[in-house]
Design a protein around this ligand. Sequence first.
Ligand code: 5GP
Ligand code: ZN
Length: 113
Amino acid sequence: MSDCLFCKFVSGELKTNILFENDDLIIFRDIAPKAKNHFLAVPKKHFKYLAEMTEEDAALLGRIFKTISSLKDLLGLKNGYRLVINQGDDAGQTVPHLHIHVLSGQKMGWDPA
Ligand code: 5GP
Ligand code: ZN
């Protein structure tokens, strides 16, 4: 998608500090961290909602979850971590390209506010 921030990170049109990349995704640090470690795992394919997923996209997301969980040292996952996917307005989704927040490196509360 030509006007999408995360597509521009994927294509390299805009620079971000990519920590990990494979055929499926890129991972970089969130610009406004909500935890000691806050990464964004972004599928290279553009789609906004889980509800739009094809079977192929579902397999892609499965691989992405597997990849995230394998990056224990890079993402600081050893003592536990949280994955968040915001969907739509109530959740406060601000970037219309599906992405997984990876939060780690500290004890986390459970306050959706
Ligand atoms: P959402 O609110 O859509 O679930 O998450 C979007 C995330 O992207 C936010 O946590 C926000 O801080 C992050 N973000 C927005 N613009 C940029 C940027 O230019 N660079 C990086 N690294 N993160 C960004
Ligand atoms: Zn996009």
